[in-house]
Structures are given as structure tokens and as C-alpha cells.
Design a protein around this ligand. Structure first.
Ligand SMILES: NC(=O)c1ccc[n+]([C@@H]2O[C@H](COP(=O)([O-])OP(=O)(O)OC[C@H]3O[C@@H](n4cnc5c(N)ncnc54)[C@H](O)[C@@H]3O)[C@@H](O)[C@H]2O)c1
Length: 317
């Protein structure tokens, strides 16, 4: 299959791209090395993909380089686009909401149009558990997202989902929306809790905890790659939760980290604005339709993540 991965130099994109090359797909990665976090780090993530095999790469911005990219899309003639490119992160979206309109909505519209115009038949969009807001019903089922979100990031993702539906209908593309639940693992995003906590612990610093009452459905990167890969290959389309289905409290996260860093210290403050209090995926639809079944327990995922970070101090610290 000819597959375009936008954001392929990112955390999830680089892991997914390795899998696609391993499985002998013809891959085009588009990434601008956006400075949300270090572009140098993203270049390393791209080298991590290159270890597996060759692929085409366009260093272009889906928001700003539409004209050049139209040509790239037309030349490559992809069958499927996996659109991961976005500015992620709830906290940054509170201080820079307009960037999310640009990079998470407008750039998605550009990507949808280029995909449709160049004859792409399947579009896979990376959405987020944040679209569920603070709804009472947990675990969240796909139909529980009603637009009652609590951050600009979530508002942008919810809106982008809607544009995906509009353009899938306009161009007759099959559309799959995947709602990822807090992803972690090797090469994790530096702004995310688990990664930044382990880095602080490696540096001997205390952990800043924003509210002990929060729970998160942390999902190991290999499970996200597996679910996304299954969605790409499936004849079925639709909206699917990709999570682990077992919410982890802050207490549990801390005790898991204590196994590896026994003398850790905490600095507990209030919950941050925009953060949902808890997330938990009902992934039964993804299980029934795609055959998705997360395999990596939280204990094992943390063990692998800590091990990778300790073995890659030169990248992490
Ligand atoms: N990591 C998570 O826990 C999580 C959870 C839910 C949803 N998601 C979504 O999954 C996707 C991937 O997330 P990630 O954690 O790998 O983030 P990431 O920041 O590591 O990857 C995103 C990549 O997109 C690129 N990019 C951004 N805007 C671009 C543009 N206009 N043109 C070209 N490239 C651009 C960036 O340079 C980056 O390499 C995002 O859409 C994110 O919102 C992630």
C-alpha cells in the first residue's frame, strides 16, 4: 500500500512509520519539524525510522506549504493518509489557542483537500481522548463525545473531526478517526507527564504533581501502533477509541515510579486548568471491529520506558 504519514517525525508517527516499513509498505513522511519541542529531537526520531529501511520524506508544513505539497501528493499517488501532524498538548493550548486553530484545524483541512484531490481513498485521523471532556459516563464510548470539551486543544480536535467527516463525504474517502488515550513509551514526547517525570527523577529533582485525584488511561506506544496499523488495513471505517481501558491514578503512577526511583519526592499543587479529571477508554468497538487488544500492562510499559530513558541519557538529559 502507498501510505502518507503526516507528522511522521513525531513520537507516534516515528513508531508507526517503522512498523509500516517493516510491513513493506511504500511510505512518504511529511513533517515540518515544528518547534513545539526540539526539532533536533524530531530529526533523531526520523533517524530511528531510517534504521528500519528507506522511505520518502518531505520537510514541508501542511499549513504554509500547500502549493508545494499539492505536487508532492499528486506525484506520490497515495492510497491512504494517516494524519498525525498537529500541535499536541492541553497546557500549551491555553496560552496559544490560535496556534491550534492553525495547526490542528486549518492544516487538517489542507491535508484533507490534498488527499481528496490526489485520489487518496482512505483517511485516518489522529484525534484524542480529550474530546470527551469531563463527561460523567466512564469508560468513554465513542458516542459520548458531544462537543462539551474543556480545553482549546480538545475543541480543535473535535472541530477537526468534523472537517474530516465533511471532506470524506465531499471526496468519497473512507474515514477512520482514532481517539488516542495518553500515549507513553520510548521516544515519548518530552512535554508529557510520564516522560518529564522520569527525566526529573533521573536528574534527582522532585515531581510537580497537579492534583492527586486525576486518573489517566495511559496507553503504551506499541499498542497504539498496533491499533493504528489494524485500522489502516481494515475494510471497516468509523470512529474508534484506542486506549488501555484501565485508568491509572496519580498514586499508582507514583508507586510504579518508586520501584525504579525509590527516593522520589513530590511537590503537590492544584489541578491545572483545561486538564480533564479522568480518562478511560471503552475500546470494545475497536476490539470487535478492528481486533484491537492492548497487550502491554502499565507496570511493563513503565519498566520499558524507564529502561529506554536510562539507556539514552544523551538524548533525554
Ligand atoms: N501522544 C499522545 O498521548 C496523544 C494523545 C492523543 C492524541 N494525540 C495526537 O496524535 C498525533 C501525534 O502526536 P505525537 O504525540 O506523536 O506528537 P508529536 O508532536 O511528537 O508529533 C507531531 C508531529 O507533527 C509535526 N507537525 C506539526 N504540525 C505540522 C505541519 N503543519 N506540517 C507538517 N508537520 C507538522 C511535528 O513536527 C511533529 O513531528 C497528534 O495529532 C496528537 O494530537 C497524541
Amino acid at each position: 500500500m502507498k501510505i502518507i504519514v503526516t507528522g511522521g517525525a513525531g513520537f507516534i508517527g516515528s513508531h508507526l512509520s517503522r512498523k509500516l516499513i517493516e510491513e513493506k509498505h511504500d511510505l512518504l513522511i511529511i513533517d515540518s519539524f515544528h518547534p513545539y519541542y526540539s526539532p533536533e529531537r524530531k530529526k533523531m526520531q526520523l533517524s530511528f525510522v531510517r534504521e528500519i529501511g528507506s522511505f520518502r520524506f518531505a520537510q514541508k508544513d501542511l499549513l504554509l506549504d500547500e502549493e508545494d505539497l499539492q505536487e508532492v501528493f499528486h506525484e506520490f499517488k497515495g492510497d491512504c493518509v494517516v494524519h498525525l501532524a498537529a500541535i499536541p498538548g492541553v497546557s500549551h493550548s491555553l496560552s496559544a489557542p490560535h496556534e491550534y486553530v492553525d495547526y490542528d484545524i486549518k492544516a487538517t483541512i489542507n491535508t484533507l483537500r490534498m488527499a481528496g484531490e490526489s485520489g487518496v481513498s482512505k483517511f485516518v485521523f489522529a484525534s484524542s481522548s480529550s474530546v470527551y471532556g469531563n463527561t460523567d459516563h466512564k469508560p468513554s464510548r465513542e458516542e459520548d463525545a458531544t462537543g462539551s470539551v474543556v480545553s482549546p486543544y480538545a475543541a480543535a480536535k473535535y472541530s477537526a473531526e468534523s472537517f474530516c467527516k465533511a471532506y470524506a463525504s465531499i471526496y468519497g474517502m473512507e474515514l477512520t478517526i482514532l481517539r488516542f488515550f495518553t500515549v507513553y513509551g520510548p521516544w515519548g514526547r518530552p512535554d508529557m507527564a510520564i516522560y518529564s517525570f522520569i527525566k526529573k527523577l533521573m536528574n534527582g529533582q522532585e515531581l510537580p504533581i497537579f492534583g492527586l485525584e486525576n486518573t489517566r488511561d495511559y496507553t503504551y506506544i506499541d499498542d497504539i501502533v498496533d491499533g493504528t496499523y489494524k485500522a489502516i488495513g481494515s475494510d471497516e471505517s468509523g470512529t474508534f477509541n484506542l486506549g488501555n481501558g484501565s485508568p491509572i491514578s496519580m498514586d499508582r503512577l507514583i508507586s510504579e515510579l518508586k520501584r525504579h526511583f525509590p527516593s522520589l519526592n513530590l511537590n503537590v499543587t492544584d489541578r491545572r486548568l483545561g486538564d480533564v479529571t479522568s480518562t478511560c477508554a471503552d475500546f470494545s468497538k475497536a476490539n470487535e471491529v478492528l481486533g484491537y487488544s492492548p497487550m502491554v500492562s502499565f507496570e511493563e510499559g513503565i519498566r520499558r520506558t524507564v529502561q529506554w530513558m536510562r539507556e539514552h541519557e544523551e538524548i533525554v538529559l
